[in-house]
Design a protein around this ligand. Structure first.
Ligand SMILES: Cc1cc2nc3c(=O)[nH]c(=O)nc-3n(C[C@H](O)[C@H](O)[C@H](O)COP(=O)(O)O)c2cc1C
Ligand code: SF4
Length: 490
């Protein structure tokens, strides 16, 4: 690793916009690793500007973008002084494409730059950015934007990010990059790609950049070993995530078996072989219900560099979740009513997705049934090969007739939810759709949500990221100080 000190706590990337710049900044300023989510930042920037850029943060960061014309074009296209009328929908932005328009490429680079740049304000500590491997199309310009803003770590999960380490090497040396797309129904000889060229983006010589460290988020030692040996460049470490973590989870090994309630059942085969991970000689962090001081100590004893924590940070003041929603879940946690359901089918990614059960949100099947299906954000569409050999895009959560017309199977559409739109609603950026309906939230969290109220002081309705850090590191000084005999011996 390039950095003198590895973080003990990584604040996990939480999309979309839950780990935004205020949370990552607070954690990094406090000496641990703050991570912004890199998911859907183009839509998030476009919508924040349409709400009038409350606080002027977007404008402040846009002014720092190294190519002023590019930042100005985005500002001119989306900014609405005083904000859009409440009952008006957000203006759309282009959906991800394998050959993005110049505008979409600019929006992706700039929005990732803005988020990292704001997270880095006022301190020199490292900041990371998290992407999902499955959302392939925006990743190249997004990573470049984050690198332009000086991101120190890129973390990636939800897939096999074998190509990314080499892409970081090349982008740092302003070389063009290419990403092979995963295409359903493609033959072994078919190659579909998306590309990005820093020099052409910058209109001449692109600057030399520092290559961020790459941490792969995995749920098995087999995948970690494969990545350590066969990735296109150096993998600098791993986050090992277990099935109680918030967000998407890796499916259980073998044939999917469900509990009586309908949740995936995990067993012995899903327990990660930490000895095999240790043997790789790279630092690793453990994730999934580690937000307790004793568990941090336990992770260190097991040889980890530390832990990655999500849920405990998702409900602190600095997180991007809509304030009322946050307070509602905290109140549920306080009364013992906060519960997650690991939904094996809700997410169109096909990964189990942990959903907090909240009345009136899209966790509730009856509420979701009233929604008219629409695919307008399109981050979670899958690529497929059309009969004429060209590339098509479909999502099992889109209107069923569209999915079937594109050759999809009706079975895939059952129980699927529009995760893209719901995640934007979670952070107060929900769309008003054509039928006049405001998109509703679908909140994800780990099992730890049941106990998240432990951070509330008596009478308080909120807590800060610093409270989480102080709690997690409470037992650390005692643990890492060597025993007296060892001191004497050295
Ligand atoms: C609201 C929320 C959103 C998340 N989104 C992502 C994501 O976009 N990418 C990712 O790699 N992990 C995501 N995660 C997982 C976290 O980064 C972290 O690994 C996990 O929450 C750790 O387990 P814990 O929730 O028990 O602390 C998310 C977690 C939460 C709670
Ligand atoms: S249907 Fe919804 S979840 Fe699927 S890609 Fe479109 S916007 Fe995203």
């Amino acid at each position: 690793m390039e950095h003198e000190r590895l973080p003990t706590i990584i604040q996990g990337g939480m999309g979309a916009g839950v780990s935004g710049w205020p949370l990552a900044r607070a954690v990094s300023k406090a000496g641990q690793l703050g991570v912004v989510s890199g998911t859907a930042l183009d839509a998030i920037l476009a919508r924040r500007l349409q709400l009038g850029d409350v606080g002027g943060h977007m404008r402040r960061a846009l002014e720092r973008f190294p190519i002023p014309d590019v930042a100005q074009r985005i500002f001119d296209r989306y900014f609405i002084a005083g904000g859009k009328p409440e009952d008006q929908p957000f203006k759309s932005k282009p959906v991800p494409k394998e050959k993005p328009s110049r505008h979409l490429e600019e929006l992706l680079v700039v929005s990732n730059f803005v988020e990292v740049s704001l997270a880095r304000e006022g301190h020199d500590a490292p900041v990371g950015i998290n992407y999902l491997e499955k959302i392939q199309l925006p990743n190249l310009p997004s990573i470049y934007g984050a690198m332009l803003a000086g991101v120190t770590y890129v973390l990636m999960g939800a897939g096999i990010p074998r190509a990314i380490p080499g892409i970081l090497d090349r982008l740092a040396q302003h070389q063009p990059v290419e990403l092979r797309l995963d295409v359903h129904g493609a033959d072994s000889g078919d190659v579909f790609t998306t590309c990005f060229d820093p020099n052409s983006f910058c209109g001449g010589a692109a600057p030399d950049l520092v290559r961020p460290d790459f941490l792969a988020i995995v749920a098995s030692s087999t995948l970690a070993t494969m990545l350590a040996r066969k990735a296109s460049g150096k993998v600098n470490g791993f986050v090992i995530e277990g099935p109680t973590a918030g967000g998407h989870n890796a499916p259980p090994r073998g044939k999917l078996q469900l509990s009586v309630e309908g949740e995936p059942l995990y067993g012995e085969r899903d327990v990660v072989d930490l000895e095999a991970i240790k043997a790789l000689g790279l630092p690793f962090w453990l994730a999934g219900s580690y937000a307790q001081p004793e568990r941090v100590v336990e992770a260190l004893r097991l040889g980890a560099a530390g832990v990655q924590i999500g849920t405990a940070f998702a409900y602190c003041e600095e997180s991007g979740i809509d304030r009322e929603l946050k307070e509602h879940v905290l109140a549920m946690s306080r009364t013992g009513d906060a519960r997650v359901f690991t939904d094996p089918i809700a997410s169109p990614t096909g990964f189990p997705f942990k959903v907090v059960q909240i009345e009136g949100t899209h966790s509730d099947a009856a509420t979701y049934e009233t929604r008219s299906r629409i695919c307008d954000l399109s981050y979670l569409r899958h690529a497929y090969k059309k009969p004429d050999g060209t590339l098509g895009w479909r999502c099992p959560s889109e209107p069923v007739e569209d999915y079937l017309r594109k050759g999809g199977d009706i079975e895939d559409t059952r129980g699927r939810k529009c995760v893209c739109n719901s995640l934007m609603a979670n952070i107060g950026l929900g769309q008003i759709q054509r039928d006049g309906e405001l998109e509703k939230p679908l909140v994800t969290s780990g099992d730890d949500v049941a106990n998240v109220a432990r951070f509330l002081k008596p009478g308080a309705r909120s807590y800060k990221a610093a409270d989480v850090l102080a709690y997690l590191l409470r037992d650390m000084t005692a643990t890492i100080r060597p025993a007296p005999e060892e001191c004497a011996a050295s």
